[in-house]
Design a protein around this ligand. Sequence first.
Ligand code: ADP
Ligand code: MG
Length: 279
Amino acid sequence: MTPLSPSTADRLRHLLVGLKMPRALEAFDDIVRRLETGELSALEAMQSLLAEEFETRESRRVKMGLMTARLTRIKTLEDYDFAFQPSLERDRVLALAGLDFIERKETVHFLGPPGTGKTHLATALGVAAVKAGKSVYFGTLAEIVASLEKAEREGSLQTRIRFLTRNALLIVDEIGYLPLTQNGANLFFQLVNARYEKGAVILTSNRSFKEWGQIFGDNVVAAALLDRLLHHAVVIHIEGNSYRLRAHRNLMPENLAAPQKPNPDKPTRRRGRPRKDQT
Ligand code: ADP
Ligand code: MG
């Protein structure tokens, strides 16, 4: 390969500066050297130069997207051990990772006792959505309601609701750990109502829908919330043991352990091989 003339090399460097491609500029000399030694063809050199810049931008975009989404504890579906949670329908969770539920503006509920991976799965879907270029916002119900209450006090409730309605996916974690005040419940209803059919939502909860009256302190508000959050909804139950306690289950007092009875919201389904008289 004939060496690149200094003026051509300079002009290329100049173009990379003008095009604001700092990572490509950094990699330029090395790529030219590999081109001149014949290690790279001209097309490979172009590909390499653009890939350097593209990958840097992509990872910056994802980093920023995760920060804006407030997804600080990164989890992925690859590090979720489905074998530990045999009651969980793996294929349904993997289908959600295709992210069509976001396009369809559906609501996904992850229900199950503490430690079964509800936050993990919700986060993993949020991370996948950010990587796919969707805007996401993650918060616990308590955090989201506190931010609405603060906005209300400061006279900026509508702005806050608009902000929480703009994202393609809103993740509301930990419904049911802390009871809400009546005003908190009303504010959350306003948010859900504003988002209704406008954007996808993922909710996680350790409580059954029957208990929403208690959580939201009012049966009418709970019913109105569920009316919207169960329309276009995917409900995923996890009924197994806590992953956090997997090494110390025997230390959890029996009266505090999550009951292992069937979930009242889930239609019972026989496991195992069907009996002869049913086949
Ligand atoms: P939940 O929100 O249901 O209380 P988390 O999602 O916070 O539970 O899970 C608790 C911890 O255990 C997290 O660190 C999570 O990554 C991990 N974890 C839970 N279930 C699994 C699993 N099946 N495979 C791998 N890690 C898991
Ligand atoms: Mg959780």
